[in-house]
Write a protein that binds this ligand. Structure first.
Ligand code: FAD
Length: 458
């Protein structure tokens, strides 16, 4: 006989999205359970303290791009505290021709930089006068070529997209992948003119919370996970919940079956909110018809390997920046390097350094499957060349592989979003969240989690 649990809401997945849903439900006094297949809460977020270093194996930082993030962390004060990245994080380096170049942030720097061609620099002056695009499904590379030129695509947008999506601008559709950029052109007719005019627009007080700053949590992002777990009540989080399957109840609501602590369990609930990857949904929601499920499940994900490197004594270049990104055109084997100890406190011993190196992505997925020794062989060459070290002898090495790291919002996104709407409307009480829609960043996840909790008619 299966153990029976009755609750109002079942949340599938205890990543940042699921935990945010749980937090806002608990604030409203609504009974819920989270089921989580792994043995820990946080999803891809995980902070490790080891050998004098504090590092993340998943996301390293977020951006305060939504007011919901600032509000949530403020509400959790006392349990966790925000850490705004040091000013060094405002500087980004781009690899070109065997050296780093700063990404220009002011007019004179933009005129002088060797990253962009003279023709494209001149051409950018005409950007405000170019006609706005009419194709809503235009890919990012098409948009950038139309408005800015090839060198801006290669040395600004391509590395920027590597940093966010580990992706390819010729695959991503701007209105899904970078909706703010798409809207800037659609609303103001130009990026430069739009950014300028937006700067003068009056902002609602709440919108001012979205400062765009890079943030972490003091002591690591795991402290945010723990704060949310405490607020949601750890007794409501069923970790190591295996083989979950949701089926519609004959009358109303859903039965979620699975195995927990060696026991068969059935959760009866009126609502189910999923926050998993799209690839997890076929097994979880077997009642959804194959055609609609195929629209969710044909999503392309970037595979990524993150290698964390710790040095007790740093003897390379002064790392006075957020990190460096390596454009695809440069034909190197790393996507980028984050200089974490340069802008977050307490990540490495004094005089030391903590770096995170990313490899793989949409255009080099085969690197993720290499054995550790081959990955380290590549890093021996690349990290030494890019950081000015004499030799590659880190005091800490941690390799983490992700086969479904970052969903790519390409042309199929429109059909996917329609399928989600259709599945939800034919299955009242089922809500499908997760990072395959509404944005991949942690701030987007927090916003979606809060909205999901608020959308329940309870
Ligand atoms: C390597 C890496 C680096 C990143 N860097 C950044 C960054 O710097 N900044 C940023 O903002 N974002 C970054 N991101 C993206 C961001 O971290 C994620 O989009 C976000 O954390 C996803 O949260 P989530 O809760 O939606 O999903 P997840 O964290 O994936 O959580 C989903 C949970 O559902 C569980 N689950 C799945 N199937 C089932 C099932 N059948 N039953 C029960 N449980 C199930 C999973 O075990 C998991 O715990 C990064 C992502 C990765 C992988």
């Amino acid at each position: 006989m299966a153990k029976k649990i009755t609750t109002e809401v079942v949340i599938v997945g205890a990543g940042i999205t699921g935990l945010t849903v749980a937090y806002y439900l608990s604030k409203k006094g609504i009974d819920f359970r989270i089921i989580e297949k792994s043995a820990h809460a946080g999803g891809v977020i995980s902070t490790v303290k080891e050998n004098g270093f504090v590092y993340e194996t998943g996301p390293n930082t977020g951006v305060l791009s939504q007011p919901e993030t600032a509000e949530l962390i403020e509400e959790l004060k006392g349990l966790c505290e925000i850490e705004i990245a040091d000013a060094a994080a405002k500087k980004r380096w781009i690899w070109k021709g065997n050296t780093w170049q700063p990404l220009p942030s002011g007019f004179m720097a933009a005129v002088k930089t060797p990253l962009f061609t003279f023709g494209d620099k001149l051409g950018i002056l005409a950007e405000p006068f170019r006609r706005k695009g009419k194709n809503p499904d235009e890919t990012l590379d098409q948009l950038v070529l139309r408005r800015m030129g090839q060198s801006f695509l290669d040395y600004a947008v391509d590395p920027f997209i590597l940093g966010i999506y580990s992706g390819d601008p010729s695959y991503l559709v701007t209105r899904y992948a970078l909706p703010k950029l798409y809207n800037l052109e659609q609303k103001y007719g130009s990026f430069i003119g739009g950014a300028f005019r937006k700067g003068f627009e009056k902002k609602e007080p709440r919108a001012k919370l979205a400062t765009g700053e890079v943030f972490s949590i003091k002591g690591g992002l795991q402290n945010l996970v723990e704060a949310l777990t405490t607020k949601a009540g750890s007794e409501n989080i069923l970790l190591s919940f295996a083989e979950a399957t949701v089926i519609p109840h004959i009358k109303e609501g859903y039965i979620t079956k699975g195995n927990w602590n060696g026991e068969d369990v059935e959760l009866n609930s009126r609502y189910v909110i999923t926050t998993t990857g799209s690839h997890d949904l076929p097994a979880l929601l077997p009642f959804v018809n194959d055609e609609e499920m195929a629209e969710l499940n044909n999503l392309l994900y970037a595979k990524v390997v993150q290698v964390t490197l710790g040095f007790h004594k740093w003897e390379g270049l002064p790392l006075d920046a957020f990190g460096g990104l390596v454009p695809f055109k440069e034909e190197r084997d790393v996507l980028g390097i984050l200089f974490l100890s340069s802008f977050l406190s307490g990540r490495a011993p004094d005089g030391g350094a903590l770096l995170s190196v990313f490899m793989g992505g949409i255009r080099k997925p085969q690197l993720v499957d290499l054995p550790d020794k081959d990955i380290l062989g590549i890093l021996d060459k690349e990290v030494v060349a890019m950081t000015g070290l004499q030799s590659f002898n880190p005091d800490l090495i941690k390799i983490t592989r992700y086969n479904h790291a970052i969903p790519q919002y390409g042309l199929s996104t429109g059909e996917r979003l329609k399928a989600v709407e259709s599945i939800q409307s034919s299955n009242p009480g089922l809500f499908i969240g997760g990072n395959f829609r509404n944005g991949i960043g942690m701030s987007d996840r927090i916003k979606q989690g809060r909205e999901l909790a608020q959308s329940l008619p309870l």
